[in-house]
Design a protein around this ligand. Structure first.
Ligand SMILES: *Cc1c(COP(=O)(O)O)cnc(C)c1O
Length: 367
């Protein structure tokens, strides 16, 4: 590694001005209310409902537990159709609920679930579909909705990457029965750690608030075997601050993405992520597929690393080939996902990424 070059990581968390955050948390020193759905929690919920244009939202301590808890809250049993081209969390949330994941392949264009392959996987045990809006690319929500209606299945989107994305002007949070968002430090919008679920059926609000708090429903009543997945006041305060600046941050991300696109487009063997014109994206990730390029994905990864630039093989390996699932599933059953996973590299992308660094990254890839 070259010593004189600063390390560039794949992402860097957005944080507000220190004094803005101090101002937001000041009242906590008067109330001494640190967690359990306090003022900040209520305020963030309210702000997020406005931002995402949804009627129902419940906050969680992280995105993973948001997904685990909505699957529990919907009281699902049996098989769940999902994709392996995702973060370990999606598959874990299904398995940790005692459900069986059934892996559907992805499509080659935007890496979301291939809707033409869903129906073949449906059995009398299937209860739900958990598709992933991977990289903020939106699944074929219309066709998924048709299939779900036809077979009476629930649809819960892993929308961890898709915060704020709109399709034909409509917020992505409004599709399916529910959508999970992650507010982890590495995501476009963060609450340090955090997450939320948006959902259609307003009756779920009480259920979710109960199961994220040990299943406690009254001073002397515990109705569910719930866990603890509450978002605390400091997380919520960070969210309130970050949300104020989100549109500016997304705009800065756009400039980075445009620079990458300009430098890397029309290069033989390099495939870039296309954003359809009806999608208002959040520029969450910059995935590049190296397929027939003079260097393999792994060679590009190593070459960048020599310059202290740490890209990520995101998503590699597939969840159905993680060590913990190896005996149970086969990645050969999802050949397109396997193909993409072997060739994809996500390049550094964050709001404050200097465009000169973007140029340098492209120079290294292209030289
Ligand atoms: C980040 C992420 C999660 C988990 O969210 P956390 O907030 O980190 O718990 C789930 N699914 C996907 C696709 C993610 O990228």
């Amino acid at each position: 590694m070259k010593q004189n070059e600063e390390t560039i990581l794949v992402t860097r968390s957005s944080i507000p001005d220190l004094y803005e955050y101090i101002d937001e948390i000041k009242s906590i020193w008067e109330t001494h209310w640190l967690t359990n759905m306090g003022e900040k929690h209520k305020k963030l919920e309210y702000e997020l409902k406005k931002y995402l244009k949804v009627d129902n939202i419940t906050l969680f301590t992280n995105g993973h537990l948001a997904l685990e808890n909505i699957l529990a809250g919907l009281n699902l049993k049996g098989e769940v159709i999902t994709t392996p081209f995702t973060f370990a969390s999606t598959t874990h949330a299904i398995v940790r609920n005692g459900l069986t994941p059934v892996f559907c392949d992805i499509n080659k264009e935007d890496y979301t679930i291939d809707v033409s392959k869903i129906e073949k996987l449906i059995t009398d045990k299937t209860c739900a579909i958990v598709p992933v809006h991977v990289y903020g690319n939106i699944c074929n929500v219309k066709e998924i909705d048709n299939i779900a209606k036809k077979y009476n299945l629930k649809v819960i989107y892993d929308a961890a990457h898709a915060f704020g994305v709109k399709i034909n002007g409509k917020s992505v949070a409004n599709f399916g029965d529910a959508s999970m968002f992650s507010f982890h430090a590495t995501k476009v919008f963060n609450t340090i750690e955090g997450g939320a679920v948006c959902y259609k059926n307003s009756k779920l609000e009480k259920t979710l608030n109960d199961i994220k708090n040990f299943g406690i429903t009254g001073p002397e009543t515990v109705e569910y075997i719930g866990g603890n997945a509450k978002m605390n006041e400091f997380q919520a305060a960070m969210g309130i601050c970050n949300l104020r600046h989100l549109n500016v941050e997304i705009e800065k991300r756009r400039k980075v993405v445009e620079k990458y696109n300009y430098r890397l487009k029309n290069v033989k063997g390099i495939k870039l992520n296309k954003i359809p014109s009806n999608i208002e994206t959040n520029y969450a990730y910059f995935p590049v597929i190296f397929d027939g390029y003079k260097l393999s994905r792994d060679e590009v990864f190593e070459k960048l690393k020599e310059h202290n630039i740490i890209a990520r093989k995101y998503f590699y390996p597939l969840t159905n080939s993680h060590k913990c699932y190896k005996e149970r599933f086969k990645c050969e059953e999802t050949p397109i996902a396997e193909y993409i996973s072997d060739r994809v590299l996500t390049l550094p992308l964050y709001a404050d990424l200097d465009l000169k660094i973007v140029d340098k990254i492209c120079d290294i890839i292209l030289e």
